[in-house]
Design a protein around this ligand. Structure first.
Ligand code: IMP
Ligand code: MG
Length: 181
């Protein structure tokens, strides 16, 4: 019974990027992508779950024809984290061979997750393979990742909101916030 009575821990968050800042940036990125991918065979691949809000805004701002798909991955746990091996929980539902793939990520930190996904996708022979990330945390990067489009560079702080979570909380915030200690 004790576990059932567990109340939600009070966590304070502090806004660091506002809703209007995000919306403005997403519009600008969408314009650039619409220009770069004109007359191409664009498929946006969102990495679940964190990218779902960003992808939803991107797709609605794009002025060109494109397809949307998702992949869901999980890392093998902290002890093997350095190996960068991730497990695919839900794979793509379409064939990306010969297509222009743009991976949509919420945040790049060590880069290990994306490094694995990029390697994996390359074996499927897409025509082109690029990455867009809303947030870029460079400080703890362990592997170099080519990022074609970046929303915001941020310092090494744990952030939530606009799809990003802390134990599944705060994904619904319309802004990006840091966790207050
Ligand atoms: P990486 O493999 O270290 O680059 O980790 C990337 C993944 O870790 C992201 O896709 C997020 O799911 C998660 N992550 C990293 N930093 C944060 C953060 O500050 N807030 C929420 N999730 C994060
Ligand atoms: Mg993610």
């Amino acid at each position: 019974m004790k576990t059932k009575l567990k109340v939600m821990e009070k966590i304070k968050v502090k806004k660091i990027i506002s809703k209007s800042q995000i919306q403005k940036r997403v519009k600008k990125l969408s314009q650039t992508i619409s220009r770069d991918y004109i007359k191409r065979d664009l498929i946006l691949v969102g990495i679940l779950k964190g990218s779902f809000v960003f992808l939803a805004d991107l797709t609605r701002n794009l002025k060109i024809h494109h397809q949307v798909d998702f992949i869901s991955v999980t890392s093998y746990g902290s002890s093997t984290r350095a190996s960068g091996i991730v497990r695919i929980l839900k794979d793509l539902s379409v064939n990306i061979q010969n297509r222009d793939v743009l991976i949509v990520e919420d945040i790049v930190d060590s880069g290990l997750t994306l490094n694995y996904i990029i390697k994996n996708f390359k074996t499927r022979q897409p025509k082109s393979l690029k990455v867009i990330t809303l947030l870029n945390k460079k400080k703890k990067r362990e592997v170099s990742i080519p990022l074609k489009y970046i929303g915001f560079d941020i310092p090494d702080e744990f952030v939530v909101g606009y799809g990003l979570d802390l134990n599944e909380r705060f994904r619904n915030l319309p802004f990006i916030a840091k966790i207050e200690k």
